[in-house]
Design a protein around this ligand. Structure first.
Ligand SMILES: *Cc1c(COP(=O)(O)O)cnc(C)c1O
Length: 396
């Protein structure tokens, strides 16, 4: 007998693993939570996390930050993006991305998306003319053709920054997401792939960029205590030229994250089991479709998106309400009012001129989104499908 009402919480993550809790308690007992509050010669958890994460993605340098939003701001600043520069960015992303661009004083140029929810690479190319930077957000884990992205960046002299908030553990054609950009930024916020409440990680192979990012993050001239950094003399010219933004991560959060990083690949496989069940089930429902995914894309299905093909606003609202009444919480990117999160570019009115992007508008107008926390079992996924199927059958 399948449940008629789903009662689990779509925002409930798994507890922090025992190893993380134990390590956190050890840090708490020392009282030395600040990343630079360590004995001489000792490596604190923030420093160790940076070295471990850089090794995991295959980059040389890393700085742990307060959030992914702060990491993206650091990236733009450390790269030297300045007032009047144009930053290209896909229009389908989350509010911290345009926020980081605004914070850096640069001008944003939003790029259309295509039907599989990834950035429109033709539109990117047509807008690349006088832009210097491309902040590519792998929104909801959908990875575009990175070979073509790299080609466009080479041809148009664009510097790539990757927002990997939803692609930690993912890859394109066997190469890790976050290893393509000059700089890449990750989130360790609760709803992402490893959880420290809040947190971010910035990676790069460029010694000048990381030196500036470390000083910007608020290193109090204590950058010698970092491990994932270049030689001390690289910092010398920037020492007094780079302001501090106090974007540090503390040792407590890093202590929670280090054991989670060791489990990451295993967790991603668990997410993908659930994703595959949901994807197959949703594609079997009339009126619903999940985007086809490129076989070169190895994603992490920590959430799932689907389109309610050709349905109007009233029908979509009734469908969402019908699901909600039975405990299945879906978000809708087509909502005119930003509720719970802000992913419609029309809600970034602080930019003086917002473009009109007809394809993005059309695609977002029928796009739904569902979180898939690992507290849901594979059986729960079947229950959710059963509910969506029966609500859809009364409507479509
Ligand atoms: C969550 C998220 C971010 C920012 O993460 P924070 O750590 O909360 O600043 C950036 N981009 C996308 C696509 C996100 O979903």
């Amino acid at each position: 007998m399948v449940q008629e009402i789903f009662t689990k919480d779509f925002t409930k993550q798994e507890p922090i693993c025992d190893e993380g809790i134990e390590r956190a308690l050890e840090v708490l007992k020392t009282g030395k939570l600040h990343r630079y509050n360590i004995d001489s010669g000792e490596k604190g958890d923030a420093t160790l996390l940076e070295a471990e994460f850089a090794a995991y993605i295959g980059k040389k340098y890393c700085i742990a930050c307060a959030s992914c939003g702060s990491a993206m701001h650091l990236a733009l600043k450390a790269l030297g993006a300045s007032r009047g520069d144009k930053v290209l960015c896909n229009a389908f992303t989350l509010a911290p991305v345009p926020g980081a661009i605004e914070n850096s004083g640069t001008d944003v140029e939003l790029v259309e998306i295509i039907d599989d929810y990834t950035v429109d690479l033709d539109d990117l190319e047509s807008k690349a003319g006088d832009a210097k930077w491309f902040l590519l957000s792998h929104m909801r884990g959908h990875i575009t053709n990175m070979d073509r992205v790299m080609e466009i960046c080479r041809t148009h002299d664009l510097t790539l920054i990757e927002d990997c908030a939803h692609t930690m553990g993912a890859s394109w054609n066997g190469k890790k997401s976050g290893s393509f950009g000059k700089v890449s930024c990750f989130s360790t916020q609760t709803y992402k792939h490893i959880n420290s409440g809040e947190g971010g990680l910035l990676l790069t192979d460029d010694p000048n960029v990381i030196s500036k990012a470390i000083i910007h993050s608020g290193s109090y001239m204590l950058y010698e205590r970092h491990t994932a950094r270049p030689a001390m003399e690289v910092f010398e010219p920037f020492k007094t030229m780079v302001p501090s933004y106090s974007y540090r991560m503390d040792n407590l959060r890093a202590a929670i994250l280090r054991p989670q990083l060791r489990m990451l690949d295993e967790q991603c496989a668990r997410w993908n089991k659930r994703y595959k069940i949901l994807e197959e089930g949703l594609n079997g429902i009339d009126g619903i479709s999940c985007p086809e995914r490129d076989p070169r894309e190895s994603y992490v299905g920590s959430s799932i998106q689907f389109s309610l093909n050709d349905r109007d606003e009233e029908t979509i609202k009734a469908f969402l309400q019908g699901c909600m009444d039975r405990g299945v919480e879906l978000k809708w990117f087509g909502n005119k009012e930003p509720i719970g999160f802000t992913s419609a570019y029309s809600s970034w009115k602080y930019f003086s001129k917002l473009p009109s992007l007809p394809n993005t508008d059309r695609i977002l107008s029928t796009m739904c989104d569902m979180r898939v926390p690992l507290t849901f079992s594979e059986e729960d996924c079947e229950t959710i499908l059963h509910i969506i199927r029966s609500v859809a059958s009364t409507m479509f």
